[in-house]
Ligand binder design. Sequence first.
Ligand SMILES: [Zn+2]
Length: 91
Amino acid sequence: MPTVPPEDQKTAIQAWLNERWQNAQCPVCGTVGWTASDVLQIPAYGFTWQSEIRVTPVSSVMCIECGYTMFFNAIRAGIIDPADEGLASDA
Ligand SMILES: [Zn+2]
């Protein structure tokens, strides 16, 4: 599956969540309203500027009321192709 173009990534994570999220109520404030981010990347532990960068791509979903934020692995959500260079292989 090819990587979803950046301009379509927010829509893709929202569609993926709509198929799976049974109770979309925020666990902190109880609001049912979320906004998705572009795909972000989390560097693996041990990263230094001299080492090879390994990252895990994630999409964040933030509560529109209190800001509580969750992260979803963008490979599991079908947004990022795991063959893309530099991604963690254990995603
Ligand atoms: Zn909230």
